[in-house]
Design a binder for this molecule. Structure first.
Ligand code: SAH
Length: 505
């Protein structure tokens, strides 16, 4: 059997977007992904659905794999012909033991490639507003392990040289040894008033920065109970933070926001959250599937020319309708003369992709507004087609009928429970790793509650801010025992984001 290949990939410091294009491509193609604690779990969502995911980091429920064992996982998978993405935090060759893994692969004649990553020692200070070099302050940078016990006699670190010989010193894995590191630097001639910063979980919502001097940082760190994983950065460049801090100033900094929409629809909201400094966490509560029975829609498509109006109430509705139209070997020419109504701007944009203009889009994006608008039209005797979800509300067809229209509701798509990982979500809520929950429709709320299946729902949600896209969604939430803290004034994704922003100001 041909051997597989191993890619030693730097996953970057935490923010999943800080991986390289090449690293991401490797993840997308890999048969097996071997990852540990510092690589962002969000990167795993890019894996092929059939990829094998192997966690080799620390875990409370089993012993931590030793480096030899990790090496052998890589070897065995590659010998079995699998292409392996070995995902490591930061850069694989900066305190990542990537070199040892590569040596082992060579020993077994396994081909490998290194995909460098952005190392924490550079990226984390940057996210805390500290450039590791600066012409006015320093022109040299040292990357040092803080793991080594500095009191041991045969230290491999020459403290007398690094303490004053290098401008900026960046220590990895140094929190436990912070008092020793500081003592050594001072004892070897670095002034006690040298600025120092500790940055924990850099580039992530949990990022925390503590600034001091060599003289006082130990007390400050103790008082703040500052822990690993943290970068320690020593040098005058730390003073630039006051001026250059940017990430921590973003409005949604520190907030992890749950996005409950379907995978296909999540990205618009996720991108906005990210741009504002928050971390979107996608937990799709909904998936779109074909209807159980295409019969009614097929019959409508068969006689499509008889309709006066087609009303589309969602992007999914548009997509599924046109997919079926195409499957039935028809196209937009068969819609000539039919008037089109879209519930809101997104649905309208989706129609425009097919070269179609809408005759009516209400100002407010909900069913009631469609009705108001269509009241101005003479609907009497008009034939209206409503291709939509299996669970849609009845208000549009009912009112149109009252206006004298002949309404045909056909199921264009079915919503099913999404594939979000409920156990992970329960854990995250229990550990208070989520600050904001978003609900963008009643079904996102219903499915969320059902999927979470938590008897202590109220407790789990006690400290989170619940944001809803509008009153209908809010009502569903309240009925299910979920308190709504924030409601959008305009019932769109932008409106929702705006309401969230207001709530954090
Ligand atoms: N290969 C990694 C380093 C692994 S050693 C890299 O190139 O970044 C693990 C140490 O990296 C941690 O103890 C901590 O010092 C540092 N580290 C990694 N990610 C970090 C983060 N997001 N914030 C702060 N420190 C981080």
């Amino acid at each position: 059997m041909a051997k597989g290949k191993v890619y030693l990939i730097g996953a970057g410091p935490g923010d999943p977007k800080l991986i390289t294009v090449k690293g991401l491509e490797c993840i997308q193609k890999a048969d097996v992904i071997v990852y540990d604690r510092l690589a962002s779990p969000r990167l795993l969502t890019y894996a092929r659905p059939d990829a094998e995911l192997i966690y080799v980091g620390k875990s409370p429920d089993r012993h931590t794999l030793k480096q030899d064992e990790i090496n052998m996982v890589l070897v065995e998978k590659a010998l079995a012909g699998k292409n392996v993405a070995r995902l490591k935090g930061g850069d694989p060759y900066v305190f990542g033991r990537g070199g040892e893994e590569a040596e082992k692969l060579i020993e077994y004649g396994i081909e490998f490639e290194v995909v460098p990553g952005i190392t924490a020692g550079i990226a984390v200070p940057a996210y805390a507003g500290i450039p590791v070099t600066h012409r006015d302050f320093t022109s040299s940078l040292g990357i040092i392990t803080g793991n080594e016990d500095p009191t041991k006699e045969d230290s491999s670190i020459d403290w007398s040289k690094i303490s004053t010989g290098i401008g900026t010193l960046v220590f990895y894995m140094g929190m436990a040894n912070l008092p020793h590191i500081v003592d050594k630097l001072i004892a070897n001639g670095r002034p006690a008033d040298t600025p120092i910063a500790l940055i924990r979980w850099g580039t992530r919502p949990e990022q925390q920065t503590l600034v001091g001097t060599l003289a006082d940082i130990v007390d400050k760190a103790r008082a703040a109970e500052f822990k690993n994983p943290a970068i320690i950065i020593v040098g005058e460049v730390v003073t630039l933070r006051d001026k250059l801090s940017w990430f921590e100033k973003k409005p949604l900094f520190g907030k992890r926001v749950l996005v409950t929409r379907s995978r296909e629809q999540a990205s618009a909201l996720s991108e906005k959250i990210e741009a504002l400094g928050g971390e979107p966490w996608e937990f799709p509560t909904i998936d779109i599937a074909e209807p159980d029975d295409f019969g009614p829609m097929d019959r409508a498509i068969e006689e499509i020319e008889k309709y006066d109006w087609i009303i589309l109430t969602s992007v999914n509705g548009v997509k599924s309708f046109f997919k079926r139209l195409n499957d039935k070997t028809k196209d937009i020419r068969d819609l000539k003369g039919i008037r089109l109504c879209a519930i809101g701007p997104k649905t309208r944009e989706e129609l425009e992709k097919y070269g179609l203009r809408c005759d009516f889009v209400p100002n407010e994006y909900r069913a009631e507004a469609i009705i108001e608008g269509l009241k101005n039209e003479d609907m009497s005797g008009k034939k209206v087609l409503l291709p939509r979800a299996d669970i849609a509300r009845k208000i549009i067809p009912d009112t149109l009928k009252e206006l004298g229209a002949e309404v045909e509701e056909v199921v264009a798509y079915k919503t099913v429970m999404g594939a979000g990982n409920a156990q992970l979500l329960r854990d995250m809520l229990a550990e208070k790793k989520l600050q904001i929950l978003t609900f963008t429709s009643s079904s996102t709320v219903k499915n969320f509650v059902q999927m979470l299946d938590a008897p202590n729902l109220q407790d789990l949600l006690a400290d989170v801010t619940v944001a809803s896209i509008g009153p209908i969604t809010s009502n569903t939430a309240k009925e299910l025992g979920i308190r709504v803290d924030v409601e959008a004034q305009e019932y769109t994704i932008d409106g929702l984001v705006e309401a969230i922003l207001k709530s954090v100001q």
